[in-house]
Design a protein around this ligand. Structure first.
Ligand SMILES: [Zn+2]
Length: 249
């Protein structure tokens, strides 16, 4: 069943966390999945960290680029996008694009990032989406992040070396937000930040050939159209929707 925003079924969330983390598979996923919310939260003083799982070495139709060249280009673009957004920390895990697996190593890396940057809210891909195709890496990133949040980052006996050797402390994430959910349950007003989301997306030049914010290109227009459809009936112009899990106290 399509989301019927007119029914106002989604809870409008106006609270802004003081710390947040976005975990995504590829450069540009963060901007597409949660850019409007992150831009809004950063503007309100939230400290945000990005964790990028892959090196983006497969994301092109340009056959003249080697995977190494592409990966380097995408790393630079992601840093530019994060800087533009005011994202404070960017962690690049460097797993091969298209090769993300649900491994102990990836789990440990995400747990470490959570324990280091201590986000109140974590945003990631919804790994349980079944109504549309989804990149394998997105599914893997979503599921491992879910596990990292609970219980692995929280419990001191998991990855105990983080605590004993690296000087980190366990951390309890309060809320986990999934973008791309089949059935979202919360909506955020991104009317004032969608321009910033689209402008940040334009930093990923290799991914959006010919992208021009001023001219209002297809990706920008598509984001805007979608965000306007989601906001319909909620009393604001543009919305971003998520499925939210809240940890028990
Ligand atoms: Zn992706």
């Amino acid at each position: 069943m399509p989301i019927d925003a007119n029914d106002r079924k989604l809870e409008i969330v106006t609270d802004i966390p003081d710390t947040a983390m976005v975990v995504c598979a590829h450069a540009d996923d963060a901007e597409i999945g949660s850019g409007g919310v992150v831009a809004k939260w950063v503007a309100a003083g939230c400290e945000v960290a990005y964790v990028l799982c892959t090196d983006g070495s497969a994301g092109t139709a340009d056959r003249s680029l080697t995977p190494a060249e592409l990966s380097e280009k995408r790393t630079v673009e992601q840093r530019a996008a994060a800087d533009f957004m005011g994202v404070k920390h960017v962690v690049m895990l460097g797993y091969p694009d298209g090769g993300l697996e649900d491994t102990r190593e990836l789990l440990g890396d995400i747990v470490r990032a959570i324990r280091r940057y201590r986000p109140r809210t974590v945003l990631t891909h919804d790994p349980y989406r079944i109504k549309h195709f989804q990149h394998r890496d997105h599914r893997k990133a979503g599921i491992v992040t879910t596990d990292a949040v609970y219980p692995f980052a929280r419990d001191h006996l998991h990855f105990a070396e983080h605590i004993a050797v690296e000087g980190l402390e366990p951390h309890k994430v309060r809320e986990l937000w999934y973008w791309g959910a089949d059935e979202p349950d919360v909506i955020v007003d991104v009317t004032d930040s969608i321009d910033r989301q689209i402008a940040a997306l334009a930093r990923h030049e290799s991914q959006v050939p010919g992208f021009n914010v001023q001219a209002g290109d297809t990706i920008g227009e598509r984001l805007r159209r979608n965000a306007a459809r989601l906001a319909n009936g909620y009393g604001f112009e543009y919305g971003a929707v998520f499925r939210r899990l809240i940890a028990r106290r």
